[in-house]
Design a protein around this ligand. Structure first.
Ligand SMILES: Cc1cc2nc3c(=O)[nH]c(=O)nc-3n(C[C@H](O)[C@H](O)[C@H](O)COP(=O)(O)OP(=O)(O)OC[C@H]3O[C@@H](n4cnc5c(N)ncnc54)[C@H](O)[C@@H]3O)c2cc1C
Ligand code: FES
Length: 280
């Protein structure tokens, strides 16, 4: 069992947890993830490692409560409580190097996995331009943390309630159109955002890394659930990724596969909300 050391709310249905998992904390690198199970009847939930402290053994994760299992975690799992499994670190770490000038784009919950990558890119000597975006100001988080690791930070909201009104791809296009030399781009967020950002950078021939959140079950390359198509080849996001060359990813297939279990997911959430109502 893994103890929840801290829990804090970052926004509506967005929570940050620090879980005591010393072996994961020792080995974790930016870009990697864990698979968590709340209890013996729980589903496996893949979640990105946001930070890890080998001294305290604490591993930080940020969870957006989008369905049955993540809602259950938010409702019933608090500091001092324990989760059953916390397996990791999984996946190939981000390729951190001194590229020169990099743009790090985080959309919605994607800001959480982006933050440690931006931080390590800055430590490696890069000039880091951050672009973070959300639907509205309440869903924005880690703004100060990103400011601290970026040379410049551009904040976007769909409705203009914080920063500039518009999408993360807008300033990306402006920067690339200005002729400024950009050596690499990281884009992490909803599949549609990564697709649009990769289309923009393709025009300017700038190498672009995206992190694919396909549906994962075992997280070890055994089940095939996370299959994605990259450069016309089948890859397993859990062991070959989750980061891939954004110019080679078949995003339309990814989005179709992400929707595969929508009906089952909706039924599971309905059942959970009914049982929660019955217990209140
Ligand atoms: C490598 C990776 C890293 C991720 N990192 C984070 C993170 O840091 N924070 C965060 O909030 N979410 C993250 N996710 C997504 C998270 O795993 C899902 O939101 C969660 O599993 C949803 O479960 P649910 O029962 O609450 O919702 P459900 O209603 O079951 O699903 C809601 C949506 O979440 C996605 N999803 C559902 N099950 C899975 C699954 N087993 N694997 C992947 N996606 C799934 C699907 O798109 C689905 O439509 C990550 C996913 C992957 C693959
Ligand atoms: S999650 Fe099973 S193969 Fe990737």
């Amino acid at each position: 069992m893994y103890k929840i050391l801290e829990k804090r709310t970052l926004g509506p249905q967005i929570r940050e947890y620090i879980i005591e998992a010393p072996e994961v904390a020792q080995a974790a690198k930016p870009g990697q993830f864990i698979v968590l199970r709340l209890h013996e009847r729980g589903e496996r939930i893949p979640l990105t490692i946001v930070d890890a402290d080998p001294q305290t053994g604490g591993v930080k994760i940020v969870v957006q409560e989008v369905g049955k299992s993540t809602r259950e975690m938010g409702d019933r799992f608090h500091a001092g409580g324990r989760v059953l499994d916390f397996a990791g670190p999984l996946g190939i770490p981000s390729e951190i190097d001194n590229y020169g000038t990099v743009i790090c784009i985080g959309g919605g919950l994607g800001i959480a996995p982006l933050y440690p990558i931006a931080r390590e890119l800055k430590k490696a000597g890069n000039t880091v331009i951050g672009i973070i975006g959300a639907r509205n100001k309440d869903l924005l988080f880690y703004v100060e943390a990103m400011e601290n690791v970026c040379d410049e930070l551009i904040v976007m909201t769909d409705d203009g309630s914080a920063g500039r009104k518009g999408f993360t791809a807008d300033p990306l296009r402006e920067i690339l159109s200005s002729g400024r030399k950009i050596d690499r781009v990281w884009a992490i967020g909803p599949a549609i955002m990564m697709k649009v950002c990769a289309e923009v950078t393709r025009e300017f021939n700038v190498s672009t890394v995206v992190s694919l959140n396909s549906i994962m079950i075992d997280g070890t390359g055994m089940c095939g659930g996370c299959r994605v198509e990259v450069g016309n080849e089948a890859k397993f996001a859990c062991v070959d990724g989750p980061e891939f060359d954004g110019h080679k990813v078949n995003f339309d297939l990814l989005m179709t596969r992400q929707r595969f279990y929508h009906e089952e997911e909706r039924c599971a959430l309905d059942r959970y909300l009914k049982s929660k109502g019955a217990k209140q």
